[in-house]
Design a protein around this ligand. Structure first.
Ligand code: ADP
Ligand code: F6P
Length: 324
């Protein structure tokens, strides 16, 4: 029989993502409406080890749905990978009467949740990362805001690139995944889109494209490069030397992780937060909430972590066709 859930915790872990606050708000308010108390855990798994817990009520999550970042703070707590530390973390949860935890983060954070579940603390994960690199779900909180922020920034670079008849390489985040690059590359009409999953490091082909598009009279050449390939600045130097066309690199960086979440991020975060609170309150554990085939569902963490995700071939081919 599953244990009775009286108090749950909620934490955000790994890189922050716009919409995390909306998810925290939903977890807190749904759990309270289910008659379960909620404690906010500061700075991810670090907050468990440092016993940084705060009692949450409806009011403590007022006025946050529209804000970027995470009110709970986040951290990369590497020591939580150690089995002894995980055991200690579970003991601290028991000491504070925390029966279960909602973990909002990426698949690294899911591994921490899995470890706590193995130590007897119920856990439910929610996909929170701008990278969209979690295999079990078609949506991750923060992706929509990040791609819109990046898209607007790339539009701006394109203006100045055209005026100066330059080639521009714009590097977007995504860790080892190319989803931010794919979406913004298509949405910005980039001439070349470099994805870690697909790029063959054939710079000569890139150079030929730039020369060809200049001959066709294009005044700019936008290359969206994914962080997983990186080296945009040295790439720009090599391209300029090979083509004689002025080439600049812009690394968008952390601005992609901030800002007010879009409507879509707020909506998905709210539904996923409420869903996670509900299944945790029902006594479920070691599961992650996902959005698949148009529905909100949940998977066993092990199963979720073993799933694989790849760039859709059709989308990739189309993006290459449209960019020429
Ligand atoms: P994300 O959750 O966005 O993928 P990370 O991979 O940096 O980000 O993971 C976030 C945090 O999750 C780590 O700092 C660590 O506290 C925890 N974590 C990551 N991997 C593991 C693991 N194998 N076991 C336990 N905890 C982990
Ligand atoms: O996972 C989100 C992300 O922003 C990645 O796109 C990026 O590689 C990484 O986090 C940067 O992490 P940090 O904040 O530790 O520099």
């Amino acid at each position: 029989m599953s244990k009775e859930i009286k108090t749950i915790g909620v934490l955000t872990s790994g890189g922050d993502a716009p919409g995390m606050n909306a998810a925290i708000r939903a977890v807190v308010r749904k759990a309270i409406s289910n008659g379960v108390a909620v404690k906010g855990i500061k700075k991810g798994y670090m907050g468990i080890l440092n016993e940084e817990f705060i009692d949450m009520d409806q009011k403590s999550v007022a006025d946050i749905i529209q804000k970027g970042g995470t009110i709970l703070g986040t951290a990369r707590c590497l020591e939580f990978k150690e089995p002894d530390v995980q055991k200690y973390g579970a003991e601290i949860c028991r000491k504070h009467n925390i029966d279960g935890i909602v973990v909002i983060g990426g698949d690294g954070s899911y591994r921490g949740a899995q470890a706590l579940a193995r130590q007897g603390i119920n856990t439910i994960g929610i996909p929170g990362t701008i990278d969209l690199d979690i295999a079990c779900t078609e949506y991750t909180i923060g992706f929509d805001t990040a791609i819109n922020t990046a898209m607007e920034a790339i539009d701006k670079v394109r203006d100045t690139s055209s005026s100066h008849e330059r080639c521009s390489i714009i590097e977007v985040m995504g860790r080892n995944a190319g989803y931010i690059a794919l979406w913004t590359g298509v949405a910005n009409g980039a001439e070349d889109i470099l994805l870690p999953e697909k790029y063959d490091y054939n710079e000569q082909e890139l150079i030929n494209n730039i020369v060809r598009s200049r001959k066709r009279g294009k005044t700019h050449h936008i290359i969206v490069n994914a962080e997983g390939i990186g080296h945009s600045t040295s790439m720009a130097k090599r391209i300029e030397a090979a083509t004689g066309i002025e080439t600049r690199a812009t690394i968008l960086g952390y601005l992609q992780r901030g800002g007010n979440p879009t409507c879509k991020d707020r909506f998905y975060a709210s539904i996923m937060g409420a869903y996670a609170a509900d299944i945790l309150c029902q006594g479920k554990s070691n599961r992650v909430v996902a959005y698949k085939h148009g529905e909100f569902v949940d998977y066993d963490i092990e199963e979720a972590l073993n799933m694989e995700k790849s760039i859709d071939e059709y989308q990739y081919e189309i993006c290459r066709k449209l960019s020429r």
